[in-house]
Design a protein around this ligand. Structure first.
Ligand SMILES: C[S@@+](CC[C@H](N)C(=O)[O-])C[C@H]1O[C@@H](n2cnc3c(N)ncnc32)[C@H](O)[C@@H]1O
Ligand code: SF4
Length: 295
């Protein structure tokens, strides 16, 4: 996990200085810089969630207001407050809840979701972002659908980027995108592109990713890496993940070697376990199971 403390500290200090409410002497500024640095250190230390409290790379998008709000949220959390004064610092927005695949443990894939299938209106999206922009540290543009099916996804990402919000999508990437789409995605200001590849080769891959096309995913991935490299961009970070299940457990080691494709992060992700699920999917390695709904 890398946190760019120096770059962050400088930019925050700059903002702090610009703000007339915080006109400080050099000594006071120095004290404040130390406070911010130690706050970041404490963030690293409290990283006990399934997801880190905040994404390490999103630190570059922090502002004083975001930090103050985040600190308040943590305080309210520790006091178990139900009426909150803090605003949301991490937001998930689902651009649409439909999908091209039929993953057997996903309510969308199973068509068992009770939610109405819908496509988010771009103006509505902008309204939400406008409301949260001052405090939102990270925005996850997906939930239970395939975000790249939304025709204005790239505009949504650009909008977040313009508002200084760290933004991530997770995608099955098993779609034939029109010419130039991947280039536009790479240049949209996206912070992290997470691609799910739950098997090596069509046979294992499509056990979970039903209707998915392994070769197409790999083709899209290679094009993404190539464009990012040619454009000399640091972002989006490209993360590929294999959801750990019995069906692909023998491929985990080999998958970790996919780093050689030129991606930034390769992960074996934990599968969610709930008491109603078919245990036939669970990996033998129990550390790779994320348990839910257990009281
Ligand atoms: C529901 S998907 C939506 C985004 C996109 N369609 C995709 O699959 O990447 C969001 C995340 O949930 C993960 N996921 C799907 N089924 C899961 C399961 N049974 N347990 C844990 N995570 C799961 C996916 O791998 C993905 O990273
Ligand atoms: S690709 Fe994502 S949204 Fe679609 S069925 Fe699979 S997990 Fe669900």
């Amino acid at each position: 996990m890398s946190i760019i403390v120096t770059a962050y500290t400088e930019s925050i200090t700059e903002e702090w200085r610009k703000n007339s409410r915080f006109k400080m002497s050099a000594k006071e500024q120095n004290k404040k810089d130390k406070e911010i640095t130690s706050f970041i250190e404490s963030l690293k230390a409290t990283d006990t969630f399934r997801y880190p409290f905040i994404e390490p790379e999103s630190i570059k998008n922090l502002t004083i207001k975001k930090i103050e709000n985040y600190k308040l949220a943590m305080k309210e959390k520790s006091l178990k407050k139900t009426k909150l004064e803090s605003s949301p610092y991490r937001i998930f927005i689902d651009p649409m809840n439909a999908c091209n695949l039929r993953c057997p443990l996903c309510p969308t894939g199973l068509k068992k979701s009770e939610r109405k299938t819908s496509i988010m209106d771009f103006n509505f999206f902008k309204k939400i972002v406008d409301e949260v922009q001052e405090y939102c540290i990270e925005l996850h543009l997906y939930n239970w659908g395939e975000p790249t099916l939304h025709k204005q996804l790239i505009d949504m990402i650009k909008y977040c980027n313009d508002k200084n919000i760290w933004v991530r999508i997770a995608t099955n990437f098993s779609l034939k995108y029109k010419e130039g789409y991947i280039k536009d995605l790479i240049h949209s200001g996206l912070s992290l592109l997470h691609i799910d590849i739950d098997g090596i080769g069509q046979e294992v891959y499509s056990k979970y990713r039903i209707r998915g096309k392994y070769d197409l995913v790999i083709k899209n991935l290679k094009e993404t890496v190539k464009i990012k490299k040619e454009s000399k961009l640091k972002y989006p970070l490209i993360e590929i993940a294999m959801l750990a299940m019995k069906q692909n457990e023998h491929q985990h080691k080999e998958f970790l070697n996919f780093k050689e494709l030129g991606v930034d992060i390769v992960k074996i992700d934990k599968i969610q376990h709930n008491p109603n699920m078919d245990e036939g999917w669970l990996p033998k390695n129990k550390k790779l199971i994320y348990k839910m709904y257990e009281g």
